[in-house]
Design a protein around this ligand. Sequence first.
Ligand code: ATR
Length: 279
Amino acid sequence: MMISGKAKLAGVMGWPVGHSRSPRLHGHWLERYGIDGAYVPLSVPPDRIEQAIRALPALGFRGCNVTVPHKEAAWRTVDRLDATAKRMGAVNTIVVGEDGALEGRNTDGFGFIENLKSGAPGWKASDGPAVVIGAGGAARAVVASLLDEGAPLVWLINRTRARAEELAGDIGGAIEVADWVSRETLLEGAALVVNTTTQGMAGQPPLDLDLRALPASAVVTDIVYTPLITPLLEAAQARGNRVVDGVGMLLHQARPGFAAWFGTEPEVTEELRRVVLAG
Ligand code: ATR
């Protein structure tokens, strides 16, 4: 493939970055919309991340995505943060402004909500309390976005309770931290259940969660998307709950960056899902 001298440039910084599906995702959109642009994997070690981010304007990059383990370092490095990124303490999307300044955004929560809205039509955060399991970086975006969207209450449960307390303190608002042992009784009042832990990923044990008490109307979603239908989603499906798989969060979180760098609002389609999940 030939990249012209006028190509709009973006990419993803990670370490390692080889596993990232973002080049495939943005590559598909660039092709589909016939844009003269390129989106490349950028393998940046932790001791050079600040230098690499600072170099974006000089290299003519429109911006980039930032993935594990660089999201916090990016947050510290950029010149400006939007309100969401400020609150998250993490940046996943950098846009080089007209003035050459580096603007940090966090679109993970947007991706999470958009995925639920398109995967479970009619679902609203205000439908009722959400039970969120896990307290890592992904949980932070999930909890904040649910509250912003009008969830009346978020029950936060983590194996290590102290991490959940810390997250609740940082985000603020209608969050109740509960003990790991009480997770199954909380399901009784839930309108949404979210797994943000690594449990259920291929090679990991399933999330230890009995769904018996969950109302039939509740929606169940998982951040994990390898496999697409995790044991948790399988169990939820079997009892008739609506389920939303996790890959859509990845697809939707990519939209704002693509629009900012390449000037076209991209669409999440079945074909895109297939391309990203292939191989
Ligand atoms: P990320 O930032 O991507 O969300 P993370 O910070 O490593 O990833 O968080 C992983 C989450 O999975 C945490 O909530 C972790 O719980 P702890 O805070 O107690 O470590 C959760 N997790 C990992 N292994 C688990 C297990 N065996 N049982 C329950 N939760 C687990």
